[in-house]
Design a protein. Sequence first.
Length: 107
Amino acid sequence: MAESTTNNDIESLRTEVARLTKIVSAQGQQAYSDIRQRAANVVDAAAPTARKAANVAKAEGSAIAQTARDHPTAAGSVLLLAAAIGMAVGYVLGASSQPEPPRRRYW
């Protein structure tokens, strides 16, 4: 008698777990579908802006290249100055990240 009740309880639990699994699966699929749709909408909305930004960057790059061709000495000076500033900043950052050596007193 107790064994029959236990078997019925176990079968009832299995049925309930299967039902809950189907519910969770359906909700997961719905959430995935919603998120995928939202992501597609964001990409569709951002695409024209990205194209416009790429065109602007291309136009600016072309203008800078033309200016460098027209004034090669100035372009070289700007590059040299930028490299010097970059090296100075790198040196300062590198020196500041090193621990200070211990100071010895000889008196």
